[in-house]
Design a protein around this ligand. Structure first.
Ligand code: V47
Length: 372
């Protein structure tokens, strides 16, 4: 049976038939197609299509990484309404600052436990100089030269430029010299200026976010990219966000992965008190896979959607589960119900039970070990 006959036999929403045709013939989806997919209730067909695209790109492989997250401080000059992690007041009981020694201790534990990546992001501290952030990177590199340092979102790069008086390029050159290997994708939130004004009024806009990522790509640094969904945005905002990322990727090809981040509703200032539903999580992952035809990997971030939905998502367009994480703070301050870390064995089991082949990877998706 031809693929098209198979999927048409399964599909029950006639509205998306032309989109099925487009996906199977490898044609790029438009803004209108993306919106139509979000409006459709035919989740199984959308998921089938996304899995079809995913397996064309990555076969039956589903990836995970042994990594550790480190958040050196939660003191932050921004005041993002969705954020329960950061604290504006450095004297508040919740505020913390790690010393270089404390950071190195966490990295040492990670390396002893097989980690090949540290993922470092944190608040924009009002008193820390750019040199402090450089020292974090160079101290880690000096002590653990083989470890991949994925650190500092575009929002932090912009802040470093402001506090140091250096250009974005100069900031990135210095970080690279100190040992930075790639950039994480946080800070993208939702690109729509209307929504950003509500949820993150002091944060850089999408133009600077994409400018910094594209510059990093041109300087030889890969990065990931994200979308925070499930708060006050609408589906048009989500599709617009994906298309802007797709256009940037057409220019540079430097994004390794797209990560939809499900909004966690507790302990923050947004008057949105419900978390996302399983259907919305799966649909968002599947539609990301279908819209972002030029990004190789879609991550089902188990921390924010939970292990069970993340596992199912491996059949709805996702091919990556992030990793062991070891110490998660940002989502858990906001009420995430998932564990704060994962054992490698559990990730392998979740992937195998989804009918995929687990691949332990490095940050840039080179296989470390395949669990056939
Ligand atoms: O930028 C903050 C988000 C991001 C909440 O690059 C929230 O591989 C949900 O970007 N509900 C940081 N999300 C985490 C992040 C990330 C995670 C895993 C892998 C990668 C990667 C990146 O978390 C922030 C913001 O968008 N966030 N508060 C919240 N209440």
């Amino acid at each position: 049976m031809l693929e098209i006959e198979k999927v048409l036999a399964l599909a029950d929403d006639r509205e998306i038939f032309p989109i099925i045709d487009k996906v199977l013939s490898g044609e790029r989806l438009s803004f209108e197609d993306g919106v139509k997919l979000f409006k459709s209730h035919d989740l199984l067909t959308i998921g089938w299509l996304a899995n079809y695209v995913s397996e064309k790109k990555n076969g039956k492989y589903a990836y995970f990484v042994i990594n550790r997250q480190i958040n050196p401080t939660n003191v932050c000059v921004l005041d993002c309404k969705f954020c329960a992690f950061a604290d504006m007041d450095k004297n508040s009981p919740k505020a913390y600052e790690m010393s270089i020694e404390q950071i190195l201790e966490k990295v040492r534990y990670a390396v002893e436990n097989e980690a090949c990546e540290v993922h470092i992001v944190g608040g924009l501290h009002p008193d820390w100089k750019f040199e402090k952030y450089l020292e974090i990177v160079s101290a880690i590199k000096r002590n653990f030269p083989d470890l991949h340092i994925k650190a500092f979102t575009a929002v932090e790069i912009d802040y470093f430029s402001k506090i140091s008086g250096l250009s974005y390029e100069e900031v990135l050159i210095k970080l690279k010299e100190a040992g930075l290997d790639s950039l994480p994708g946080g800070g993208a939130e939702i690109f729509s200026p209307r929504v950003r004004q509500i949820i993150a009024p002091k944060k850089i806009g999408y133009k600077k976010y994409l400018q910094i990522h594209k510059l990093a790509h041109k300087m030889g640094l890969k990065s990931t990219t994200t979308m925070l969904y499930g708060h006050v945005e609408n589906i048009e905002d989500r599709i617009d966000h994906m298309i802007k990322i797709r256009e940037a990727q057409d220019e540079t090809g430097g994004f390794t992965c797209f990560i939809p981040l499900a909004y966690q509703p507790e302990n923050n200032e947004l008057p949105v008190f419900e978390d996302t539903s399983g259907i919305d999580d799966l649909k968002t992952i599947a539609i990301s896979r279908l819209m972002l035809d030029n990004i190789d990997h879609i991550k089902a971030y188990w921390v924010m959607i939970g292990e069970k939905v993340a596992q199912v998502a491996l059949n709805f367009g996702a091919d990556d589960m992030d990793g062991t994480v070891m110490e998660e703070k940002i989502a858990h301050f906001a009420g995430a119900k998932s564990p704060t870390q994962q054992q490698k064995e559990r990730l392998i089991r979740l992937i195998k039970e989804a009918g995929k082949i687990p691949v332990q990877r490095d940050t840039l998706y080179n296989p470390v070990k395949i669990y056939e």
